[in-house]
Ligand binder design. Structure first.
Ligand SMILES: Nc1ncnc2c1ncn2[C@@H]1O[C@H](COP(=O)(O)OP(=O)(O)OP(=O)(O)O)[C@@H](O)[C@H]1O
Ligand SMILES: [Mg+2]
Length: 255
């Protein structure tokens, strides 16, 4: 159970941070004092390597999640390390307590699926989990996430496991989803938001950032800027490409 209220603002504590090395040399940290969070959805967009995942992870860790992802109850460790940025984040939070939460890292969701199997593994000779209680996988619809397609397992997470009144921190949730499912995800987000949830999402999807009541931050080499949907490089690049794909490709191939 989570005891923290909604995230209102994060501040970057720069004392004793070496601004010449990772993660403190990333432009969002050197150029900004902090970022306000939207009560419903905050998006991080921008080029590869601009620091979206680094900041998302720090927000997740400071909110009580395992750095590798999962719900608040997960506490496994298969990666070497996570950045120390979370020690330099100060958060301002509201009074609306969350009863659900999830940190999705697309890259390590496989490890989350394995961890669920480990937690549910029968330990005694009669085949019952040692701790008793319901299996963890039941919260995801009952079918092992390893026995579903990449997209099916993500969809089971959003539809079955996310329960509302939650704090959901998602890193590229579109990674496994078809465009139609990404649109359906907007609908699912809307349901969860109407049930008092808050999202922070890093994404390269022009569909996912279309949720209207939201705040979009674009990460660049110059720091972080607030953008409208149409102002984002993400929207503009796709719009330009789809306006005339054949022309765009021929221009690219000509160098
Ligand atoms: N452990 C690390 N040590 C040093 N540098 C790192 C480490 N992890 C990431 N970086 C660097 O920090 C920068 C930001 O990485 P990050 O993963 O936060 O980017 P991102 O905006 O999420 O990119 P993408 O869109 O590709 O997911 C990158 O240049 C990356 O090489
Ligand atoms: Mg990333």
């Amino acid at each position: 159970m989570i005891s923290k209220g909604e995230l209102i603002e994060i501040y970057f504590k720069k004392e004793e941070a070496n601004l010449n090395s990772y993660p403190f040399n990333l432009p969002f940290f050197t150029q900004r004092d902090g970022l306000k969070m939207h009560p419903k959805v905050t998006y991080f967009v921008g080029e590869n390597g601009t620091g979206k995942s680094t900041l998302l992870e720090a927000i997740a860790v400071t909110s009580g999640f395992n750095p590798e992802g999962g719900s608040f109850n997960f506490n496994f460790n298969t990666r070497a390390s996570h950045s120390m940025l979370y020690k330099h984040l100060v958060t301002s939070r509201g009074v609306h307590r969350r009863t659900d939460g999830y940190f999705l890292r697309s890259e390590s969701f496989f490890n989350v699926a394995t961890e669920i199997e480990n937690l549910d593994r029968p330990f005694d000779d009669d085949g019952f989990p040692l701790g008793g209680g319901p299996k963890v996988i039941n919260a995801y619809g009952g079918k092992s996430l390893h026995e579903q397609s990449h997209g099916e397992s993500f969809w089971a997470l959003f539809i079955k496991r996310f329960r509302g009144r939650g704090f959901y921190v998602l890193d590229e949730p579109e990674a496994a989803l078809s465009p139609a499912k990404q649109m359906a995800m907007l609908l699912r987000m809307n349901e969860l938001i109407n049930e008092g949830s808050q999202f922070v999402i890093a994404t390269h999807s022009p569909i996912l950032i279309a949720y209207p009541d939201s705040l979009i931050y674009e990460f660049t080499a110059d720091g972080v800027q607030v953008r409208t949907y149409e102002q984002t490089g993400l929207f503009q690049t796709y719009a330009e490409f789809f306006m005339d794909p054949a022309y765009m490709v021929s221009r690219l191939l000509r160098g």
